[in-house]
Write a protein that binds this ligand. Structure first.
Ligand SMILES: Nc1ncnc2c1ncn2[C@@H]1O[C@H](COP(=O)(O)OP(=O)(O)OP(=O)(O)O)[C@@H](O)[C@H]1O
Length: 265
């Protein structure tokens, strides 16, 4: 059963097309990860699917009564207002102590309720956000860069947690990530976005797709290549060059990325 389906999604921000003709679907219990360079429209896609974007063309269908647990990319918390984890879990809706404690235990931060939010480590904070989202018993979790600020072991642990939560609750998970290599093992399907869907599919298939490699480079150099790539990669030439899909992306800036290839190929 599909929880959310989108067809031909086009989103503008101030006249600029940020997403063009995106097709998307996520099924019950599926873990889908969106990757792509900064500014490629990842957050915009998530918000559009939830119904938080205004200038949206195309069709979005959400399952009737779908309950969504959304954790935005940035959470503005005023550090001057002291708030315990327990109180935070009861915003905006009051939850029972037992439910709050159970969700903290599930997300690996049992007993943390009395601590002030401002005193949490990055990893603890992300787990508390996850616990709070789960308290609403969502059918789908939508997480915008849930591992930002975590170190590598923290990132790996967080993705393991996501898989455990899915196994226990059957929740579907749609998330944005920059942690390309860790994500590969923890997700059913990857969508590689750059204003449009460059490629998508099972992680191994996507990691071998020319479109993905063009965007992210190869092997351990991938994350670095991602950031180097942002300004030198054109996507406007697919039609113009008449090349087969995957070979039609702008090539002007590719030569200097090739030193990444072979690092662990
Ligand atoms: N509220 C807004 N008003 C105007 N432009 C916006 C707005 N939100 C996003 N944009 C623009 O839309 C484009 C896509 O932004 P988006 O946040 O979706 O990218 P992203 O892939 O999530 O980026 P990042 O990896 O940096 O978080 C960017 O060019 C951004 O500047």
């Amino acid at each position: 059963m599909q929880l959310i389906t989108a067809r031909g999604l086009t989103v503008r921000h101030g006249g600029q097309v940020v997403l063009a003709g995106v097709d998307f679907t996520i099924a019950k219990g599926e873990i889908v990860t969106v990757v792509g360079p900064n500014g490629s429209g990842k957050s915009t896609l998530l918000k559009a699917l939830i119904g938080l974007e205004h200038s949206v063309e195309g069709q979005i269908t959400r399952a009737a009564g779908l309950s969504i647990g959304y954790v935005p990319q940035r959470l503005h918390m005023d550090a001057r207002i002291p708030m315990t984890v327990r109180r935070f879990l009861s915003l905006p809706r009051r939850v029972a102590d037992a439910a709050a404690e159970a969700e903290l235990a599930r997300t690996g931060v049992a007993g943390i309720g009395p601590r002030p939010m401002s005193a949490l480590s990055g990893g603890q904070f992300q787990r508390v956000l996850l616990a709070r989202a789960l308290l609403a018993r969502p059918e789908i979790l939508i997480l915008d860069e849930p591992t930002q600020g975590l170190d590598q072991p923290g990132v790996a642990a967080f993705y393991r947690l996501i898989e455990e939560v899915r196994a226990e609750t059957g929740v579907a998970v749609l998330m944005v990530s920059h942690d390309l290599h860790v994500v590969m093992s923890a997700t059913d399907r990857v969508i590689c976005l750059n204003g449009h869907v460059c490629c998508e599919g099972a992680p191994r298939v996507v990691s071998e797709a020319p479109e993905y490699r063009a965007l992210f480079g190869l092997g351990t150099g991938g994350a670095l290549a991602l950031y180097q790539h942002v300004h030198d990669h054109g996507h406007d030439h697919d039609q113009a060059t008449g090349h087969a899909p995957g070979h039609g992306h702008g090539h002007s800036g590719h030569a200097h990325h090739h030193h990444h290839e072979g690092t662990d190929a």
